[in-house]
Design a protein around this ligand. Structure first.
Ligand code: COA
Ligand code: AMP
Length: 641
């Protein structure tokens, strides 16, 4: 079914207006929120690394996401619909219940000593209490930092050490379809390994696995909340400066040390509020389903903050696109809860397509209220998009963003008017994004030419103002390469119509099942094995996950142990240090690594060989025979042949 598309005029006018007069544009957008002190100006160019948004305003994110909806008559509307096929439970939380739960939990946190500006690490699965925790922090003006459950203790320790939380909120376990993941031993190991120790941990005991509490430090969540309720203990919303941080979210950088992306409060609430009607075409009162995880930026923005800020019902889905129980799972949730919009990662779509290629499962459900599917997190392959469009008969919209930006850089603004879809392209820049493709010298290239995608400063509201405790790294990582621009580290092309196509990273980040991972981080783990002399990790093409990591290792001379055994140890080591989310399953022992004469490992050529693509012998190669050896070792595993 062809979808009605619109002339470009409304979009172009809106985008132009956002760049020509950002003050007027964003002050108008800010009217969607309740402010303690309303902004009199949108931007202060002198503050921060590139300016700050809403410098003279004050608000509270929890008030805007929760309390004001109760006051305005949405108290009985469901705010959170928890649907958990892995536990066989469902729960509907109204805005009123949410407000009361969050106010009480905020009281508990305050009694544990949490004050405005303090950090709270949240290591929890997809349960309503995790959202209560995030919103309770926002209520107090405290800064939450959610850590994804698929990370190992070591990664959690790095984040605890960097964020220095006063309190940690955790659950006893997460639940994967194949196993229960006890979180508490990981948390205890992380705290033991971290130089910073939190004062207290609040532990949500799940019936699937009871955690042992540490005397003096750990509190039982349910008991603490029950005691606070009995005592009528609640905490009010604390107004904070719009420029104050709402959260820190760690993401992979080019080294093993993750980057603490800081999100400010006002700019974020404004940009998310703008995006709900204009990009996603969703109205207050409707149901929004983002099938991501609260550990990722997509989950922060579109499971938690944006739908609640906009007065929608948000679905919290603790399950997978396949296997819980089948490839119709997402369509079931959409149908049963009447979602108008679904947002997921292309990898989920590929998993569904693989199990249900003829889209039979879709026919089992009444999708009459469902209007659009949005995809992000990795490149949406045109085949999967076309398959979903045919199967659903609705727009399937690819949009591009990063943890750093907090919301879409480019997308197809459904609410303004759907623009013609070009397969493979993430469509056009959103308001406030002045986007260009640059050559190595930092000069914009003509349409159709590939280069690095850069955003002219200032970044729009919602994007990171800095990295936590590391202004220097922020400037060096993003602002130094092209003065006056933010370097996205994504390569791509913009065509004559202004459509953006993102082709891949320019750094060592790879994207595995929509999860962003640092190959440098994995190399550091491999190099720590006593038998490894040197190593290189690359992302190789994977039909389901987009990419999968593949590690090449050269053993120290004299190592006589079985290579099979060492390779298994290496796989286990990455899982233990980084976590199952790294999906590191492939370690290959080789005699030598291909290098240039100056000693640089030829990762890009290795990747082309592994992906079965045409490649040419680099002129600078030190020893041409090594690439053949790499090809042979890959062929031995059935790769790249
Ligand atoms: N806690 C603990 N472990 C987790 C976890 C969590 N929250 N999430 C994933 N894992 C584990 C998985 O169990 C798996 O472990 P295994 O190696 O023992 O099988 C491993 O981490 C890799 O997980 P994943 O890459 O997600 O693969 P999968 O095989 O479990 O599922 C898909 C495949 C395609 C169904 C899945 O990747 C998916 O749904 N992806 C969606 C991605 C997404 O939403 N990204 C967010 C960006 S928008
Ligand atoms: P993350 O910070 O985890 O959201 O990952 C951001 C990275 O994922 C981007 O820099 C891109 O490389 C990739 N990415 C996200 N969305 C898209 C998309 N729609 N198309 C292509 N790549 C994408």
């Amino acid at each position: 079914m062809p979808h009605a598309t619109h002339p470009r005029a409304p979009y172009e006018q809106i985008h132009r207006a956002s760049l020509d007069d950002p003050e007027a544009f964003w002050l108008e957008a800010a009217e969607a929120l309740d402010w303690e002190t309303a902004p009199t100006r949108a931007f202060d160019a002198e503050a921060g690394a590139y300016g700050r948004w809403f410098p003279d305003a004050q608000l509270n994110a929890c008030h805007n996401a929760v309390d004001r909806h109760v006051s305005s008559g949405r108290g009985e509307q469901v705010a959170i619909l928890y649907d958990s096929p892995v536990t066989g439970t469902r729960r509907a939380v109204t805005y009123r219940t949410l407000r009361d739960a969050v106010a009480t939990l905020a009281g508990v946190l305050a009694d544990l000593g949490v004050e405005q500006g303090d950090r709270v690490v949240i290591y929890m699965p997809m349960v309503p209490e995790a959202l209560f925790g995030m919103l309770a922090c926002a209520r107090l003006g405290a800064v939450h930092s959610v850590v994804f459950g698929g990370f190992a203790a070591n990664e959690l320790a790095i984040r605890i050490a960097d964020a220095a939380p006063k309190v940690v909120l955790a659950a006893s376990c997460g639940i994967e379809p194949s196993r229960i993941v006890p979180y508490k031993p990981l948390l205890d190991a992380a705290i033991a390994a971290s130089a910073h120790k939190p004062d207290a941990c609040l532990i949500l005991q799940r019936p699937e696995c009871a955690a042992t509490l540490v005397e003096g430090r750990d509190r039982d969540w349910a008991e603490a909340v029950a005691a606070a309720s009995r005592a009528g203990r609640t905490a009010p919303c604390t107004p904070v400066a719009a420029t104050d941080p709402l959260y820190i979210l760690y993401t992979s950088g080019t080294t093993g040390k993750p980057k603490g992306v800081v999100r400010d409060t006002g700019g974020y609430c404004v940009s998310l509020s703008w995006s709900m009607p204009n990009l996603y075409g969703v109205a207050p009162g409707e149901t929004y389903f983002c099938a991501s995880d609260i550990g990722w930026v997509v989950g922060h923005s579109y499971i938690v903050y944006a739908p609640l800020l906009h007065g929608c019902t948000t679905i919290l889905y603790e399950g997978k696109p396949v296997g819980t129980p089948d490839a119709g799972a997402l369509w079931r949730v959409v149908a049963e809860h009447g979602a108008s919009c679904l947002f997921t990662a292309p990898t989920a779509l590929r998993a569904i397509k693989k199990e249900d290629p003829r889209a039979e499962r879709i026919k089992d459900y009444d999708l009459s209220r469902f209007r659009s599917l949005f995809l992000a997190g990795e490149r949406a392959d045109p085949d999967s998009v076309a398959w979903a469009e045919r199967a659903l008969g609705r727009p399937v919209i690819d949009h591009w963003w990063q943890t750093e930006t907090g919301w879409a850089i480019a997308g197809n603004p459904l609410g303004i008017g759907l623009l013609p879809v070009k397969p493979g392209s993430a469509c056009v820049p959103m308001p406030g994004y002045d986007l260009a493709v640059l050559d190595e010298a930092g000069k914009p290239v003509p349409p159709g030419t590939m280069g690095t995608i850069a955003l002219r400063l200032p970044l729009p509201p919602g994007c990171l103002p800095t990295l936590w405790g590391s202004e220097e790294r922020f400037r060096a990582s993003y602002l130094a390469t092209y003065p006056g621009w933010y370097d996205t580290s994504d390569a791509g092309v913009v065509d004559e119509d202004g459509y953006v196509t993102v082709l891949g990273r320019t750094d060592d980040i790879i994207n595995v099942a929509g999860h962003r991972l640092s190959t440098g981080g994995m190399e550091a783990v491999l190099a720590s094995h006593p038998d490894v002399a040197e190593c290189a990790v690359i992302g190789i093409r994977d039909a389901l996950k987009g990419e999968q990591p593949c590690g090449f290792v050269v053993l120290k001379s004299g190592v006589a142990r079985e290579t099979d055994l060492i390779e298994r140890e290496l796989v286990a080591l990455v899982r233990e240090r980084i976590g199952p989310v790294a999906a590191f399953k492939l370690a290959l022992t080789v005699q030598r690594l291909p290098k240039t004469r100056s000693g640089k490992i030829l990762r890009a050529t290795m990747k082309r060989i592994a992906d079965g693509e045409a490649w040419t012998m680099p002129a600078t190669i030190d020893d041409a025979g090594v690439l053949e050896e790499i090809g042979e070792s890959l062929k031995g595993r059935g790769i790249g042949a």
